[in-house]
Design a protein around this ligand. Structure first.
Ligand code: NAP
Ligand code: GLV
Length: 310
C-alpha cells in the first residue's frame, strides 16, 4: 500500500496514527522527517511545515491541512507544484467558531468589559444597552465559518453584513463584495469580525487605514489569522480611543510572546487560538476518506484553489 507522511507542530503523530489506522487497517503512516522510500508517499497530512519538507516526493498527490486554514501550506516557498491541496471543512468547527463569535459579540454588546472594571472598583452603575437590531456586526469573510457565524448572530436579531470576494445571497445578511465595496461595509460595522483566510490579498488587511474607516468606538474580533492584523496599528487605534476593544484568537507569532503589548492591554482579550479547533473524530473521518480517494487515484473533497490560496 502507498504511504502517508504526517507532520504537525501541534498534534500528536501517535494519536493521529491510531485514529487513521482504525479507519484504514494496515495504513503505512510515516512521521516526518522519517520519510523512508520517498517514492511511497502519496498523501501528506500537515500543520505548519518546515520549508521544503514536502519536496523530493515524486508521487505525492494530495497535501491535506490538519485544519480549515491552508496558509501554513502556502507559506512554504518550496511547496511542490503538482499535488492538490485540500483542507478539512467541518460543520462542527463552523459551530464552534459561531459560538466563539457570538460569545465575543455579546461580551461587547452587553458591556461586559465595562462591568468587570466597575466590579473591580465596587461601583454600581447601570448603563443603557441598545437592542440587538441596532448593533451592526460586519463579518469579513463569508465562507464556511462566516456563514455559520452570521446565522447565529441573525438568530439573536443583530444587524449583520458580510464582505466577501463574490456577491452572496444569505437570508438576513447585507452582502458587500470586492475591494470597491469594502469602505461601505466598514462604515456600518460597529463590531467587526474577521473570518478571512490569510492570502497575499488579505494579509495586513486590518491596518490603520481600515480601522480608521470603522465607526468611532467600534470593536474588533479576529478569528482568522494573526497576519490579518497590523498589531501596531490596532494598538494605536485602541490607545487613541477610535477602537474601543479587541478580542483576538490568532496572532502573528503563536504562542503570543510574553512581552507582547496585547497581553497586558486593558482593551484586549487574548485567546490562545482555541475558537474552532480541529475535531479529531470528524476530522479523521474526512481525512481517511481523502486518503482512500487519493490512493484510488480519485480527487478528494474540499480542494483548495492554489491560485486563490484558499
Ligand atoms: P472559506 O470557506 O474558504 O471562506 C473564505 C471567505 O473569505 C470567502 O467568503 C471568500 O470570498 C472570502 N475572501 C477570501 N479572499 C477574499 C478577498 N481577497 N476579498 C474578499 N473576500 C475574500 O474559509 P473558512 O472555512 O470560512 O475559514 C476562514 C479562515 O478561518 C481560515 O482560512 C482560517 O485562517 C481561519 N480559521 C481559524 C480557526 C481558529 O481556530 N481561529 C479555525 C478554523 C479556521 P468568496 O466566498 O467570495 O470566495
Ligand atoms: C485553525 O486555525 C484552522 O485553520 O483550522
Amino acid at each position: 500500500m502507498p504511504a502517508i507522511l504526517f507532520r504537525s507542530e501541534n498534534d500528536s503523530p501517535e494519536e493521529w496514527a491510531e485514529r487513521l489506522e482504525e479507519r484504514i487497517p494496515g495504513l503505512d503512516f510515516r512521521i516526518w522527517p522519517e520519510v523512508g522510500d520517498p517514492d511511497d508517499i502519496q498523501f501528506a497530512l500537515v500543520w505548519k511545515l518546515p520549508s521544503g519538507a514536502l519536496s523530493g516526493l515524486p508521487n505525492l498527490r494530495t497535501i491535506c491541512s490538519l485544519g480549515q486554514g491552508v496558509d501554513h501550506i502556502f507559506a512554504d516557498p518550496d511547496l511542490p507544484e503538482g499535488p492538490r491541496v485540500m483542507r478539512i471543512v467541518d460543520p462542527w468547527m463552523g459551530r464552534a467558531m459561531a459560538e466563539w463569535v457570538l460569545l465575543n459579540v455579546l461580551r461587547f454588546h452587553r458591556l461586559l468589559p465595562e462591568y468587570e472594571a466597575l466590579q473591580a472598583a465596587h461601583e454600581w452603575k447601570p448603563m443603557a444597552c441598545p437592542e440587538t437590531s441596532k448593533r451592526r456586526v460586519g463579518i469579513l469573510g463569508m465562507g464556511e465559518l462566516g456563514n455559520e457565524a452570521a446565522e447565529s448572530l441573525i438568530s439573536l436579531g443583530f444587524d449583520v453584513s458580510g464582505w466577501s470576494r463574490t456577491e452572496k445571497s444569505i437570508f438576513g445578511v447585507t452582502s458587500y463584495f470586492g475591494a470597491d465595496q469594502l469602505d461601505g461595509f466598514l462604515a456600518r460595522a460597529d463590531i467587526l469580525v474577521c473570518l478571512l483566510p490569510l492570502t497575499d490579498e488579505t494579509k495586513d488587511i486590518i491596518d490603520a487605514d481600515l480601522l480608521g474607516k470603522l465607526p468611532k468606538g467600534a470593536q474588533v474580533i479576529n478569528g482568522g489569522r494573526g497576519g490579518h492584523v497590523v498589531d501596531e496599528d490596532l494598538i494605536a487605534a485602541l490607545d487613541s480611543g477610535h477602537i474601543a476593544g479587541a478580542a483576538l484568537d490568532v496572532f502573528r507569532i503563536e504562542p503570543l510572546p510574553p512581552e507582547h503589548v496585547f497581553w497586558g492591554h486593558p482593551k484586549v482579550l487574548v485567546w490562545p487560538h482555541v475558537s474552532a479547533p480541529t475535531n479529531a473524530d470528524s476530522g479523521a473521518d474526512q481525512i481517511a476518506d481523502a486518503i482512500h480517494k487519493t490512493f484510488a487515484g480519485e480527487a478528494p473533497d474540499n480542494l483548495v484553489d492554489r491560485a486563490r490560496q484558499y
